[in-house]
Design a protein around this ligand. Structure first.
Ligand SMILES: [Zn+2]
Length: 96
């Protein structure tokens, strides 16, 4: 078995190993191809849903707080900025 680190987590930027079969079989733990941990994948799903308009700013805030953001400083700058952007906004700021 070769556990070289061939992936970089989209959320925290850490290198990790994803086996070839993880990448092939997308129905089985597809998060392994995007992030290193389930915790990071949860963040990814929230941000992805938010950016696509599937999740309201208020819900995104709520879900991010549930995830706990103690590792926020470890996240890649772009992700951190997006999270801070969501957390700082009031619902009314999004009304057009
Ligand atoms: Zn990660």
């Amino acid at each position: 078995m070769n556990h070289y680190k061939n992936r970089t987590c989209l959320i925290c930027g850490k290198s990790y190993h994803a086996c070839y079969s993880c990448e092939k079989i997308h129905s089985f733990q597809p998060w392994r191809t995007i992030t290193d941990t389930r915790a990071c994948y949860k963040i990814f799903l929230i941000l992805d849903g938010f950016q696509k308009g599937h999740i309201s700013p208020a819900l995104a805030q709520e879900q991010l707080k549930i995830c706990g953001l103690s590792h926020l400083d470890d996240y890649v700058p772009q992700i951190r900025n997006t999270i801070q952007h969501i957390l700082e906004k009031d619902e009314t700021d999004y009304d057009k």
